[in-house]
Design a protein around this ligand. Sequence first.
Ligand SMILES: Nc1ncnc2c1ncn2[C@@H]1O[C@H](COP(=O)(O)OP(=O)(O)OP(=O)(O)O)[C@@H](O)[C@H]1O
Ligand SMILES: [Mg+2]
Length: 484
Amino acid sequence: MSQPDVMDDRSLNGNILIVDDKADNLRLLSRMLGQRGYEVRSAISGSAALMAVRALPPDLILLDINMPAMNGYQVCEELKACEQTGAIPIIFLSALSDTADKVKAFRIGGADYITKPFQVEEVLARVENQLTLRQMQLKLQRSNQKLMQEVQQRKRAQDILQDSEAALRQRTQEMEAALEELRLTQMQLVQSEKMSSLGQLVAGVAHEINNPINFIHGNLRPARDYAEHLLMLIQAYQKSAPTPPELQAQMDSIDLDFVKQDLPQLLESMQVGIDRIMGIIRSLRTFSRLDEADIKTVDLHDGLDSTLMILSNRLKQEDNSDGVEIVKCYGDLPRVECYPGQLNQVFMNILTNALDAIEDENSQRLAQGRSPQLGQITISTRITEAQTVQISILDNGPGMPDSVQQRLFDPFFTTKPIGRGTGLGMSISYRIITERHRGTLSCTSTLGQGTEFVITIPLQQSQSQPQSLTMHGREEAGLSPEPC
Ligand SMILES: Nc1ncnc2c1ncn2[C@@H]1O[C@H](COP(=O)(O)OP(=O)(O)OP(=O)(O)O)[C@@H](O)[C@H]1O
Ligand SMILES: [Mg+2]
């Protein structure tokens, strides 16, 4: 593309350089071409020709071959070797009519060959032909250049477009991610607000009940002592003096013997009841630590028990056959460093899901006229060889199909009717376990048999290494809980 643009479109009457060592030839050709309107220069030797070309490149050169000092071939070779002059067409003019000479002339870059003595019309026709060719060549070069420029411009524009498309795509992705994060945070807020209100309610109730219960608890022991003393006193009275008839009638009417026997038992069972209520209050208080943000070293079994306490209306109690049975296989756990309120939230989510699944299945069985099956949730805890705590919550509910299992931890995924499930319980639980506690939460479920969630967290948060976050974590070998 570095060919010099030596001629433009303005005319066919180009600038012609005639090179010949014979002055007569030069004159004849100059006159002949000059008459045709060409601009003609002449050079009497090869070296003069080279100088003339370098001073002003012509559009065409008529070059004699046989010249002293520097022949036409040499001049041609030198011009063709130079970038600036290589494209100038050269017509050889020679008395040599041998084919070998002509072939050589073409091989070294000659554009045409005229044998002397020449015919005027032939020379003019060949000159005109070469100039036309040259002009067309230049035109082609120019349009090629233009085309190349256009291609480059288009490529640049395409590159810019691609860059801005990529930037736009990235921006869109960033915005989508931010939106998703926002949605999640919003729903997390709703969930934690829900849990926190539940915690506050529980804390409030526990607090309100605590005072009167403490009052009863505190007075019950002296009340039992007083009753015992009074009964002893009555007994002593009865021994020391015969009972007057009017008192005997009264003693019969209140069935004193029965009262003497029943009162201690009655007070004893009141004591058992009060102890139980105090246990419940303790559990409520443990559970209501929900919104505690700080890391604490706690007994995880307390957290599990307090969550079960909150759910006790849905669980099977000793004195009735309704509700889901809880089987506890608690191992020997040390105290664990964790965010207890958040772990309680996870226990609550998993247990609520298990209860929902079992209850829904039983409702369906009833609707189909079949008898409900005994729902059972087994909670197992243990320390693993890797010094992590493992909590397994296994239910004998309906299990989940693969399609549900695959989306279980996705935010907003729910199979429950609108209003009953937000679809956030498991996704939030997953984040609490994996991000907050650097643990794993995995699920294994078989349709018709039940579901098991396994939580694994390090004993200590500060020294633990972050663990890989597997979405379903089933591939983690050796994590199934020990048999109960
Ligand atoms: N133990 C289980 N047995 C059967 N299906 C379950 C069990 N646990 C979870 N699932 C399924 O996983 C889905 C997602 O549970 P997730 O707790 O995230 O949301 P949800 O319970 O529907 O709503 P919520 O936000 O109120 O908890 C449930 O809708 C249910 O289909
Ligand atoms: Mg749920």
